[in-house]
Design a protein around this ligand. Structure first.
Ligand code: FES
Length: 283
């Protein structure tokens, strides 16, 4: 069994659940509204967390490389270790915000990911202190252990992001399956006025928002975690996701509120003889 598949054991490990519950309590203290959207990366259109982790990981990796090079680079290495320590806060807060809106299997792996990164951070803090006391060998050994812990933590983070698609656009594959030709979704009156209705275009789920004769259609899965949007609500000109409350504007499907960061794909619509037709947006 390959390593990535072995990590699925962590996903099923119920003994992590009390820690998951404590972290959820902590996550509830994060700000809501626009600051929370910022932590998710809504203004960027991508999750913020992968960007924020570059500075600590990059600084600490550079410090370890300097430690291993011949010559005296202690001042530069110490500065890099401290830069990494200062940069952990945005990485932690944005990661916690994203983690709080994930599925149980991702959250269990996320707890171990966080514990390893916390261990790595503590080791780099101890390394910084040792550098301050001019205990060079000890400082280098601590940094080496620290980068090891952060490296394994990063591997688990990649499992959450790539194996389990945490942070990816969960509706992206639908775009390639959407019919290029016009597809009949049935009578327009069959979709609830002032609400959301679901339909199917050659097996591709579609969500339809109708207000009288005005109609918008989107690919029907939430870009955050793939929730069926037809089960959501139409609120203030937005489609609200039934799972974590992301809101997508009827004007172009853009994200009004996270945790989703990717917009909904808008389908081209047409009505003829009281029937609603849709087709791929890029046709
Ligand atoms: S699935 Fe999470 S907000 Fe839609």
């Amino acid at each position: 069994m390959r390593l990535g598949e072995r990590l699925r054991r962590i996903e099923r490990e119920g003994r992590l659940d009390p820690t998951v519950a404590r972290m959820k309590k902590l996550a509830r203290r994060l700000p809501s509204g626009k600051p929370r959207d910022l932590l998710h990366g809504v203004p960027l259109g991508h999750p913020l967390h992968p960007i924020t982790v570059h500075l600590p990981i990059g600084s600490w990796t550079a410090a370890v490389v300097l430690d291993l090079l011949p010559g005296n680079h202690s001042r530069s290495a110490h500065a890099l270790v401290n830069t990494g320590l200062l940069a952990t806060l945005p990485a932690v807060v944005s990661g916690l915000a994203d983690w709080s809106q994930q599925h149980e299997r991702q959250q269990r792996v996320g707890v171990v990911h966080a514990a390893l990164n916390a261990t790595g951070t503590a080791l780099f803090a101890a390394s910084s202190f040792a550098r301050y006391r001019e205990q060079g060998t000890k400082a280098k050994a601590l940094a080496l252990c620290g980068i090891g812990a952060v490296g394994i933590g990063g591997y688990l983070g990649a499992h959450i992001s790539y194996y389990r698609a945490g942070g990816a656009n969960s509706a992206d594959a639908l775009l390639d399956l959407t019919p290029r030709d016009w597809h009949d979704l049935g009578p327009l009156e069959g979709f609830p006025d002032g609400g959301l209705g679901g339909a199917d275009a050659d097996g591709v789920p579609v969500v339809v928002a109708r207000r009288g004769r005005s109609v918008s259609a989107f690919l029907g899965l939430c870009t955050h975690m793939g929730a069926p949007l037809e089960q959501g609500e139409l609120v203030d000109g937005c489609v609200r996701c039934p799972w974590h409350g992301s809101e997508f504007s009827l004007e172009g499907g853009t994200v009004a509120h996270g945790p989703a960061t990717a917009s909904l794909e808008v389908l081209e619509t047409s009505t003829a003889d009281g029937r609603l037709w849709v087709r791929h947006p890029g046709t």
